[in-house]
Design a protein around this ligand. Sequence first.
Ligand SMILES: Cc1cc2nc3c(=O)[nH]c(=O)nc-3n(C[C@H](O)[C@H](O)[C@H](O)COP(=O)(O)OP(=O)(O)OC[C@H]3O[C@@H](n4cnc5c(N)ncnc54)[C@H](O)[C@@H]3O)c2cc1C
Length: 412
Amino acid sequence: MVADPFGPQVEADVLVAGAGIAGLAAAMVLGRQLPQASIGLLEQAEAFSEVGAGIQLGPNAVRVLYDWGLQEALHQVAAFPLLLLARDARSGSEKGRLRLGERALQRYRTPYATIHRADLHQLLLAQVRAQGIDGHLRQVLTHVELSDRGVRVGTQSGTRSGTQWQAQALVACDGVWSRVHRTLWEQPEAAFSGHLAYRGMVRMSALPSDLRRSEVVAWLGHDMHAVHYPVCAGDWLNVVVVVHGDVPAEAVGWDHVAAADALKQRLGPIARDLHRVLEAVAQWRLWPLFGRPPVRKPGDLVRGPVALMGDAGHPMRPYLAQGAAMALEDAWTLGRLLEQDAALSGGWPALLDRWARLRWKRCGWVQARSQRNGTIFHAAGPLKWGRDAAMAVLGERLMDVPRLYQGPPEPG
Ligand SMILES: Cc1cc2nc3c(=O)[nH]c(=O)nc-3n(C[C@H](O)[C@H](O)[C@H](O)COP(=O)(O)OP(=O)(O)OC[C@H]3O[C@@H](n4cnc5c(N)ncnc54)[C@H](O)[C@@H]3O)c2cc1C
């Protein structure tokens, strides 16, 4: 082993790296199932927070939140759209619709929700705090290696000397550019997909009244699509526009202020209603979308006492709106396994191996399907014709995804 470059040493039973949605959900579950264990949550940021944008939560994700007893908290902040509407981005014509609301409840027993990320983040953070878990901010994970006793992690905090952490297991939730994945799996960094997501928010009250609707609207166009839906209990509309293009030269990192003009130029002519929604957005932010190929085996998600959860393990394009949902399912499955075997009879590697066997296929399938959706959404020519014809004939049967929305399988 290389000479130890780190300063103080800290022991924990389990470490969680990254306090995004995946890390908070995993930490919460660990705290609930292993109340005697010391759990260290390491986050590089100055504060526990999420970016200002929305996410959709399919019935599978909502089921997980209900199962964790968060139904009431969710209902205070989320919106519950009645309809998912697909429209042509240029002509505005309707291509298909999927009833959500009551129909989702009847079919899946949980509704389809849309929520501001910060609200979901806060909701999970409150649970983590309720478990008395130690959250360590300004801890940039720079080093990770397997050790006789589990795993050693090194973090740096500003200019101060680093800290070395020793634990029996590490749940790595450090996002799409996961340092843990790069180091232990010796894989290259996530690659730019060629797609750019422009995001904005607008107060519902600032919209013309005919646009204030409880709907998820997906506008499909050539090499672009746009999606908008209510968040913050219906007070705000979240808007995302995805276009093809290169990362602007000035954009370093992954969340940038973006110029509306640049977006307009990329879009060309669009339907009047879509134009009115986009005009109402006061400020845009730009996210270049990065990703990795779908996972192909359990070993892509687990190595000994280290598991990759959320985007660290299975980053995906946002075209099925399931990245955060899969992160919640990851944590839920971990919780179920710990419920069955709180004594960790076979040790952490055995438990995490079981976890990965339960997760890899579903995550890989969702990653692949998300990517395919991008091709279908942005289609032109014969593919577009086929898509529109299939939507017209199959309607809801094409837009619904029972295998997904039924939720993660119960561990046997
Ligand atoms: C445009 C867009 C729309 C989307 N829409 C949806 C949707 O509708 N529904 C849905 O379910 N999903 C959606 N997603 C996907 C979803 O946002 C992600 O899958 C989810 O946020 C991943 O959460 P995470 O916790 O795994 O990663 P992240 O949110 O990236 O969190 C990683 C955390 O780890 C920390 N970290 C990183 N590196 C280190 C380090 N070295 N040391 C310490 N800490 C570190 C980061 O600071 C961060 O807090 C969308 C994504 C995009 C881009």
